[in-house]
Ligand binder design. Sequence first.
Ligand code: OAD
Length: 243
Amino acid sequence: MSPPLPALEEARTLLAGARRVCVLTGAGISAESGVPTFRGKEGLWRNHDPMTLATPRAFAEDPQLVWEWYDWRRSLVLACTPNEGHRALVRLEERVERCDIVTQNVDGLHRAAGSTRVHELHGQLFVNRCTACDRQREVRSSGLDGLPHCSACGVLERPGVVWFGEALPHEPWAAASQAMTTSDLVLVVGTSALVYPAAQFVPTARAADVPIIVVNPERTDHVALADHHLAGPAGQVLPLLID
Ligand code: OAD
């Protein structure tokens, strides 16, 4: 599936005139790398209940189950590499004055591809965080040998991701908020527009008169706010848009 040529050409012209670009990404950009999305036909939330796996209460009630689920996700992502969509965004960064990537993804694939201004709103899959002292450490492997504990204070660690009902981390949130309204263009790639507060960035950019391009095979609520909707998979559409 490729977007119609006139829409693509108009979007290319819009992007060519932009010096500062802000890109909001969701699970769809990693789909072609083999990372499952959350809400599609094969989506993670089709077969797993987020309330028993991705909330502070779920972790308090059954840390073993929650850790096993995140460990399984780590094993999935360890087998994945960045795709043409991630790589096209790296080339975009090389070409423009500033390219901020605001991502809801925890897979780290934007950084693995080489993007440098990445704001990870929902945390990182490959980080353990102490539930007592907040100390964080990177863990680039999968396989649980009991529940992980903090090397500094000995208390149980949790996955370094944001769960439902938790506030987003301040630094990426502040950087994302600024980038959304001070860019010449917002590019929205592979998100269902259903999860707040991240989904709110697009109406905010619209209110600030920042042009918006949506790349998604489906029509999401963001499409009604966009100047252009390029319907197709990110790994195919982003190279056509950017190169
Ligand atoms: P979703 O799974 O809700 O949506 C994925 C979107 O990607 C859908 O709109 C698809 O149409 C689109 N898509 C699928 N394949 C694509 C492709 N090859 N190219 C481009 N788009 C494609 O994922 P998110 O919107 O990222 O939060 O979900 C947001 C948050 O909900 C996640 O960060 C996660 C989840 O619960 C937490 O865990 C806190």
